[in-house]
Structures are given as C-alpha cells and as structure tokens.
Design a protein around this ligand. Structure first.
Ligand code: HPA
Ligand code: ZN
Length: 332
C-alpha cells in the first residue's frame, strides 16, 4: 500500500506554508538571523507541540514563524517542503500565505512573495512540482486590515490564484469578510475559506452564500447538519479535509473517530490535505497512510480522492489533463 500511495500523483489544496517550518529550519534561521529562541533544541521544540485546540496551536505557529525575515528565509522554508512533498509523490501544492502575520513584524509583502516565488520556480523547474498561492486573511484581525492587505497586494495579484480565510475561527464568521471577498471576486480571484473546523455549520453556509467560495477548507462539522450535507453533495462542493490536523487539534479524539468515512458515504467531494505538516506530525503521504490504517480504505478510494484534488486544483487544463492521465496509467 505504501508504494502504491507513494506513486499516486497527489495534489495538496490545503497547506499553510508557515506551517511547514521544521524545528531544524527554525533553529538554523534563528541562528542565521541572530535571534534568541525560547527553545534550546529540536526536541525542546517538538515537546511544545502538544495542542489542546486550534488557538493553542496558533500561538505556537505565530511564534515559530518569527524566525522568517528575509526573502532567502522564505525561499528556504518553501524549498524544504517542496522537496519533502516531491519525495512523497506530491505533484501540485496550493499554499496559503499569511502576510498579515509578517507585515505586523515589519516584513514587507514583497520579501515574502519574492522568496516564495523563487522556491516555486525552482520546484517547477527542478521537481516538476506545480503550485499556486492563496492570499489568506487572518479572520481574528479586523476586516479593514484584510481589505488594506488586498489593495496593497494588487501589484502582485498575478501570483495569487485565490483568497482564503484562516486563523481563529470561533467568533469570526465568514460574514465579517463579505466586502473584502466581494472585492477579491471583482479583482478576478477565486475564493476559499476555512469553515466548520471548530466553527458551526452556520459558518459553512455563510462561506457559500456570502463569500461565494469555490471550496470549503476543513468543513468537517457539516456532518451535524444533514440538509447542509445534502447541499454540499448536490452542488459537488469540494472539502479540503485534514485528518492528522483534526486529531492534533482535538477536532476529533482519535483518527478512528474521524467523520471521513461517513463523509465519503454521504457522497461528498473530499480531498486529503496536511494543513500544517511540521506541527501535526506528517505530510500528505502520512495523511493518506493514516486513513488507510484507520479506515482500511483501498486504492479505489484513494484514487478517487486524489482525482478530486486534481479536478479542483487551480492549475492549467493542460497540466490537469497530464496529471489525470498519469493517474489513469497506474495499474491500480
Ligand atoms: N486552521 C485555521 N487557521 C490556520 C490553521 C488551521 O488549521 N493552520 C494555520 N492557520
Ligand atoms: Zn488550514
């Protein structure tokens, strides 16, 4: 199974690039940038990765990314992950980027974009790994700040496929960002939003009806509302589910309790994703393997999920066709 899952051409539609920062890279960047780190060793860093909920993770996540200063840092960060993902059979990655978290630390938008773009070009050239960027708004910050970010991103718009919505969900419903998402649509950007990770089904409705999103990130709490499940199925809405993330952030107790099998039975358009692989104990292949272990899924299921991801990806039709053909050529 490992080899078959490894060979499957996998696309990852839900990944936070800042969540790919490994403890090793965190230590080396802290040293390179002459920054004191609250941790003294890689083990010390891993020991801090015991989360009780989304907020307890976000505190560590925003702290960790402070070592990122220069374009080179962002390039190294992304290249580390692209190489790992490539080694796991990942062929396309859509990365959420959190510029507000960097702007607040005095890092220019241009620095972030330049570094990430350098890594993306290298990945395309050296690894045949395509990618797209998603401009994420921090939903626990004011909507006006998101609007300002979007306007200041206009010179770099060609580098972004979509806008997204992440960070602390509860108390920050999608409707808070009605105007900025409407503006993003006007600028020709696609829309995605985290909804129904910790937030209620109502947030998923809002993301669909008010933000006009193409995909729902997470969305697992849709299972509490049968009418919503029916709608998501009928409209063939794609959900980017992150199983290891859901276990680590205690959205579910154990992998065996995850609603993924029920979601699959309900006919939902699911994709598997790693979210923040360095913090949640595994990349995309590990998420596939964890599902195999917990649910006993076979290659028929995994091919369907991987095909969903290719079909829903922000990529050229030529690339999509080539990757789908590569998948169809697999013997299983
Ligand atoms: N949920 C919400 N915001 C995030 C996450 C997540 O899992 N990871 C990084 N930002
Ligand atoms: Zn996420």
């Amino acid at each position: 199974m490992y080899n078959q899952l490894l060979r499957l051409p996998k696309a990852e539609l839900h990944l936070h690039i800042e969540g790919t920062l490994t403890p090793e890279r965190m230590m080396s960047l802290a040293e390179r940038n002459g920054m004191p780190l609250r941790y003294t060793s890689v083990d010390d860093i891993y020991a801090a990765y015991e989360f009780t909920d989304l907020q307890s993770f976000l505190d560590v996540y925003f702290q960790g990314m402070q070592v990122l200063k220069t374009a080179q840092d962002f390039e190294d960060l992304a290249m580390d992950y692209f190489e790992l993902a490539h080694s796991e059979g990942v062929v396309h990655i859509e990365l959420h980027v959190d510029p507000q978290a960097h702007l607040a630390r005095g890092i220019a938008l241009e620095t972030v974009i330049e570094g990430l773009n350098r890594a993306r070009s290298r990945a395309q050239r050296e690894l045949d790994l395509s990618s797209a960027m998603i401009l994420a708004f921090l939903r626990d910050r004011p909507a006006e700040e998101a609007a300002e970010l979007l306007e200041s991103t206009i010179p770099y718009l060609e580098h972004f496929a979509a806008v997204g919505l992440d960070s602390a969900e509860l108390g920050h419903p999608p409707s808070k960002f009605r105007q900025v998402f409407a503006r993003a649509a006007e600028l020709g950007l696609a829309r995605v939003a985290h909804a129904g990770e910790e937030g209620p089904p109502a947030y998923i409705y809002e993301a669909l009806d008010i933000l006009d999103v193409e995909r729902i990130d997470h969305g697992v709490r849709c299972m509490e509302d049968p009418a919503l499940v029916e709608r998501l199925r009928d409209e063939r809405r794609v959900l980017t589910v992150c199983p290891l993330s859901n276990v680590r952030l205690k959205v579910v107790e154990r992998m065996e309790d995850h609603p993924l099998p029920a979601m699959l039975d309900a006919g939902l358009m699911l994709t598997l994703n790693s979210d923040d692989p360095s913090y949640f104990g595994g990349g995309l292949l590990d998420n596939y393997l964890a599902c195999h272990q917990a649910f006993g899924w076979d290659m028929v299921v995994f091919k369907k999920l991987a095909r969903n991801a290719l079909n829903a990806a922000f990529m050229s039709e030529a690339r999509r066709e080539a990757l789908l053909a590569r998948m169809d050529a697999l013997s299983v």
